[in-house]
Design a protein around this ligand. Structure first.
Ligand code: G
Ligand code: G
Ligand code: MN
Ligand code: NA
Length: 250
């Protein structure tokens, strides 16, 4: 992993997010890939646990943030409209008091605008935030970086706590969409979860849009302002191809 970082065998793919109504591209989730010499690539689920074991997640996050900032600058110079890039982070990143200052330096170096960088932290890790984490989050949000609660609905947040946790965006876990539209209970549940997130004044992302039937179901609801992400809209793509992605069925 250290060697991969040094030899730049780490790659990033970008999965588009689209804003309802319609399919306006609004941003991308950055996802790491480990590229092998023979052009195969290894999925994160296989190498992230090794990286974590080796204490390399902090270095990985900084690599992802740096690349995201550099990419946003390059896209701007190519004349693309402004979008955001969302990077997955870990609780340990936020526990380092130098994290927010380092990120802010990268934002400044690449002239990334407010709102162009988003971080994703999985729901269950929100329960582990320490004072230092909260200081980092305050500093980052002050610098225009949004924080998303990833995989929402898979953790154990008490609903009563949700209003107090420091985040801007909810990514509703793909398990909610998985049994839609055939399962009436799942349909009601997802619609009510969206209502809940809106009542908390959070931006909402529905993840894991895998089928045309799911897209049709979503299109029939009053979901203006909600973001969609999923393989039915676009797979994660290398940066050079990310802007050519066009949702095929929406
Ligand atoms: O594409 P997918 O197989 O890309 O991702 C699998 C898992 O790996 C997801 O849970 C995702 O959040 C995580 N992941 C992908 N890229 C990164 C990354 O850059 N940093 C961290 N911490 N997790 C990532
Ligand atoms: O845990 P997190 O939500 O960060 O991880 C995103 C993961 O979800 C990545 O592995 C990404 O490749 C995957 N993903 C993105 N869109 C879809 C989809 O429509 N269906 C499924 N099953 N996975 C998806
Ligand atoms: Mn994510
Ligand atoms: Na997620």
């Amino acid at each position: 992993m250290i060697d991969a970082l040094r030899a730049q065998h780490l790659g990033i793919v970008f999965q588009p997010q689209y804003l309802l109504p319609g399919t306006t591209l609004c941003g991308f989730e950055a996802l790491v890939r480990l590229n092998m010499a023979d052009e195969r690539s290894i999925a994160p689920e296989h190498f992230l646990p090794l990286a974590a074991h080796a204490g390399l997640m902090g270095a990985l996050t900084l690599f992802m943030v740096e690349t995201a900032c550099r990419t946003l600058k390059a896209w701007r110079e190519l004349g693309h409209p402004p979008v955001f890039i969302s990077v997955n982070i870990e609780c340990e990143d936020l526990a380092d008091i130098l994290f927010a200052p380092r990120v802010c330096r990268m934002l400044a170096e690449h002239q990334v605008h407010r709102g162009q960088l988003e971080f994703e932290l999985v729901e269950r890790r929100f329960l582990e935030l320490c004072d230092t984490s909260r200081t980092n989050i305050t500093q980052l949000r002050g610098a225009g970086v949004r924080l998303a609660m990833d995989d929402f609905g898979t953790g154990h947040s008490a609903l009563s706590q949700l209003a107090e946790l420091p985040f801007d965006v909810v990514k509703i876990d793909k398990s909610f969409l998985a049994r839609i539209p055939q399962d009436a209970v799942a349909c009601t549940l997802l619609a009510r979860v969206v209502d809940l997130c809106r009542a908390l004044h959070k931006q909402v992302v529905i993840e894991g849009v895998e089928s045309v039937a799911q897209l049709d179901w979503i299109a029939a609801l009053p979901l203006q302002g909600i973001r969609l992400q999923g393989n039915a809209l676009s797979l994660p793509l290398p940066g050079a191809q990310a802007w050519a992605a066009r949702p095929q069925h929406a």
